[in-house]
Design a protein around this ligand. Structure first.
Ligand code: URA
Length: 306
């Protein structure tokens, strides 16, 4: 744990030196930090999330409403030589299933994706119905996802599945993908297990974006939903907004499809109030309306304060 914390602090210092003002950290990493801080400093009353791990660099969980885009200083971060220019994806002819299977194979065997995945972990490709009307787009695989090779299977994913059920759909009826196909690495001192998550860099996202575009082309959903600030940044473009609140709850466009931007489910995990649930739910009601899905009065009133 100590080694991982040192590696995390080193990475945060590197990001800070590169001009990054805030980073996202998963719930599990925050829990790990809280445990260490609690045992080291049991007299402090300040929460782990309030305390800069590296002085001057605040750690925020992903998709917090006031999350400042990680690309606040475009061009400051040095190019990562391990990431070539974005690939050009040529889809084979054939039916949807054949095209999707070929694309999946292309991504899972992609040399750059594989080079960024630790031994025993997996590149993660999208899942769901190939005729899905709605495609959800998240940020990047986390610890559970890189083990199971499927997007959104950890705690945030379980909540996403419940949100989809609230819309009157099953997870298997929608399509779920990510901006990134590998879990963005945080170097560990001894190459051991990675505890934290970090948001992908602009270069990493740019590399993986053609894979997502190709999934959109194959599945051809009617609507896209970006989950959280990072996904929104990837789809709308770096530097297009500073805080998620500027773009959420509104219709945008990506790859010729209407795109709704909403909070990441992990935001609700951190703020499980009716107010935050209602905010995300109102965005999903807009998606249901635009998709022409039936909405009962019970669904319309979910999470309204009584
Ligand atoms: N968060 C994401 O954005 N994507 C996943 O696949 C899991 C968690």
């Amino acid at each position: 744990m100590q080694a991982s914390l040192i590696a995390l602090a080193t990475e945060l210092k590197r990001l800070k030196a590169a001009g990054v003002k805030s980073v996202s950290v998963s719930e599990e990493s925050l829990d790990a930090l809280r445990r260490v801080i609690a045992t080291r400093n049991s007299v402090s009353t300040k929460s782990a999330t309030d305390r800069p791990v590296v002085p001057g660099l605040m750690v925020q969980s992903p998709a917090a409403p006031k999350l400042v885009a990680a690309a606040a200083a475009p061009g400051v971060v040095k190019a990562d030589a391990s990431i070539p220019p974005p690939p050009v994806i040529v889809l084979p002819s054939g039916d949807k299933a054949a095209r999707w299977a070929a694309l999946r194979e292309r991504v899972l065997t992609d040399a750059t994706c594989r080079a960024h995945v630790r031994t025993g972990k997996q590149v993660v490709f999208g899942v769901g119905h190939l005729d899905a009307q709605i495609m959800f787009v998240g940020e990047a695989p986390g610890a559970e996802e890189e083990v199971q090779g499927e997007p959104f299977v950890g705690p945030a994913g379980q909540l996403l599945t419940r949100m989809i059920a609230g819309m009157g759909l099953q997870r298997s009826e929608v399509y779920i993908g990510n901006i990134m196909n590998w879990r963005p690495e945080i170097p560990t001192a001894s190459g051991g297990a990675q505890y934290g998550n970090r948001p992908p860099t602009e270069q990493e996202m740019s590399y993986c974006l053609p894979f997502l575009r190709a999934q959109i082309e194959v599945v051809a959903p009617a609507l896209l939903v970006a989950l959280g600030a990072t996904a929104a940044q990837g789809l709308l473009g770096f530097g297009k907004f500073r805080a998620l609140g500027e773009v959420r709850g509104q219709w945008h466009e990506f790859a010729g499809k209407p795109l709704m931007v909403t909070y990441h489910p992990s935001y609700i995990l951190r703020n499980p109030t009716n107010r935050s649930k209602r905010l995300i739910w109102e965005d999903l009601l807009k998606v249901m309306e635009r998709a022409g899905r039936p909405i009962s009065s019970k669904q319309r009133d979910y999470f309204l304060e009584k």
